[in-house]
Ligand binder design. Sequence first.
Ligand SMILES: [Zn+2]
Length: 230
Amino acid sequence: MSYRELKAECYEANLLLPKYKLIDLTFGNVSVADHARGVFAIKPSGVEYTQLTAADMMVVDFEGKVIEGALRPSSDTPTHRRLFQAFRSARSIVHTHSRNAVAFAQAGLGIPCLGTTHADYFLGEVPVTRPMTDDEIKSDYEWETGNVIVERLQHLNPEEVCAVLVHGHGPFSWGPSGAKAIETALALEIVAEMAYKTLQLNPAATPISPSLLQKHFFRKHGKDAYYGQG
Ligand SMILES: [Zn+2]
């Protein structure tokens, strides 16, 4: 993939954040990687979405070196870098401060799978990380944010649970393309809102059964998927 194509995909995906109302102010960013070349494109830091152009996208390598671009890459770049290193199947990473997902992150709660909307996207609870330590926050904060995510996903399959909440912060999601990772970020916000309302109506609501969870997830994902037009 050329840098131009990488930057174009990244730009298109970044524009979907305000379109889907996943962004307030400039809190959020999308990156798109070329694993074979060990590089990714990411939004520049603090640039308004209305001002953004495809040419502004920064290309950074997996070691953190800026390869192409005149601006400063997003301050969250080390988190994206850490996740690309750990999750080989993730071609795109999305970070937002979407409100309902943030509410769960701030409450220190994972989002339980209370219905099939959730099960269509995530094979079980969307987990929350542990709080970061003072040392992690004071040292290499954004890199360590990636580390707590990788630690939380240690015993999970990132293709089955393709989102996480960073404690006291907000959601990260990922996927095989910029568009797909954005769709997951939007689905995450929707199921967070649904779960929040469900728990308000009935604080004792419990997750759906494993059979309903697996039915819904695997009819859309994996080798036996049959939902949609293939
Ligand atoms: Zn953030």
